[in-house]
Design a protein around this ligand. Structure first.
Ligand code: HEC
Ligand code: HEC
Length: 255
């Protein structure tokens, strides 16, 4: 962003001169998309943002895009590897990236939208997911969500076994006198989720714990009703819920 002297007006003029944008480019808001992946009709322009020495990237029409610009699902299916790189082979989760396998398709799609508009603003979301989605074509997002939802989930089973019973009671009954609602009414008896309500069964302990903590820390306040639901949970109760859910293997449950 050296050449800030180049004004918005000159950017607008060069865009206008460039003609209609590619469908995929219109999808993304990133400057790099606009200025490096220019309309195929404009050959060999220079990037007004990076300076005259930087040639623009001109994708051939309807061809594949570089990693950041994910292609439409093609003959080989959606570009799964762009996701499994972080989420693990077969999408069972890896390090801080959660399991996607078996997650509800509608929920995955909803979250991709939340990363894209930055309303899901947890630190790891901002660090990793914000850059993974801005150029996702809606059709590709739908195809990826569908693909991952069909992968068989495995339980992480990495919580504290001693807290499982406490977690189960809390999950199923809540604690009315402490203003804690039951989770089962929304997430289902096997924590299998439904529609845009996520499957929780078998997600990793550390991921569940982090999610349950972060709403009370003020992150991702648009994820209703979870900011309210987690408000009254103590650290010990979060530990118990995350432990219980991490061992829950719902493979036998209805999908
Ligand atoms: C650079 C690493 C990285 C890449 C690439 C990546 N992810 Fe993620 N993803 C993460 C991390 C880390 C999180 C956890 C964010 C958090 O804790 O809030 C996450 C979270 C998610 C979630 C939320 C899951 C849930 O249970 O709420 C979805 C959905 C998701 N990613 C889908 C994708 C898809 C689809 C792709 C491919 C287009 C992708 N990710 C590529 C690292 C990555
Ligand atoms: C009234 C319905 C409702 C109740 C009750 C409820 N949830 Fe949720 N939960 C949701 C919805 C909807 C989402 C998705 C929010 C979003 O991201 O937009 C969600 C998301 C979550 C997530 C994030 C999962 C992921 O993959 O990142 C966790 C963890 C969670 N809920 C745990 C719980 C626990 C534990 C309880 C009980 C203490 C509970 N929920 C009670 C509706 C509910």
């Amino acid at each position: 962003m050296k050449q800030t002297g180049l004004t918005v007006a000159s950017l607008a003029i060069s865009l206008l001169a460039a003609g209609p944008l590619h469908a995929q480019q219109a999808e993304g808001n990133y400057l790099a998309t606009l200025f490096h992946a220019t309309p195929a009709s404009v050959p060999d322009h220079n990037c007004v943002i990076c300076g005259p020495a930087t040639p623009l990237y001109s994708p051939p029409p309807d061809a594949s895009y570089p990693l950041a610009l994910l292609p439409l699902p093609g003959a080989n299916g959606p570009p799964v590897k762009n996701c499994t790189f972080c989420h693990g082979v077969s999408a069972q989760g890896l390090a801080v990236a959660p399991r996607l396998a078996g997650q509800r398709a509608a929920y995955i799609q909803k979250e991709l939208g939340a990363f894209r508009n930055h309303s899901r603003d947890n630190p790891y979301s901002a660090l990793y997911m914000w850059n993974a989605v801005p150029n996702l074509h809606p059709e590709t997002a739908r195809a990826l969500a569908d693909y991952f939802s069909r992968e068989a989930p495995q339980a992480a089973a990495d919580g504290n076994r001693a807290l499982v019973d406490q977690g189960r009671v809390l999950y199923q009954q809540g604690e009315p006198q402490a203003n804690i609602v039951t989770c089962v009414v929304c997430h289902g008896p096997d924590a299998q989720g439904v529609g845009a309500i996520p499957r929780l069964a078998g997600l990793s302990y550390s991921y569940l714990k982090r999610r349950l903590e972060q709403w009370s820390q003020g992150y991702h306040q648009t994820a209703k009703p979870m900011p309210q639901v987690t408000q009254s949970l103590s650290a010990e109760q979060i530990d118990a819920l995350a432990s219980y859910l991490s061992f829950l293997d719902d493979r036998a449950a209805s999908r």
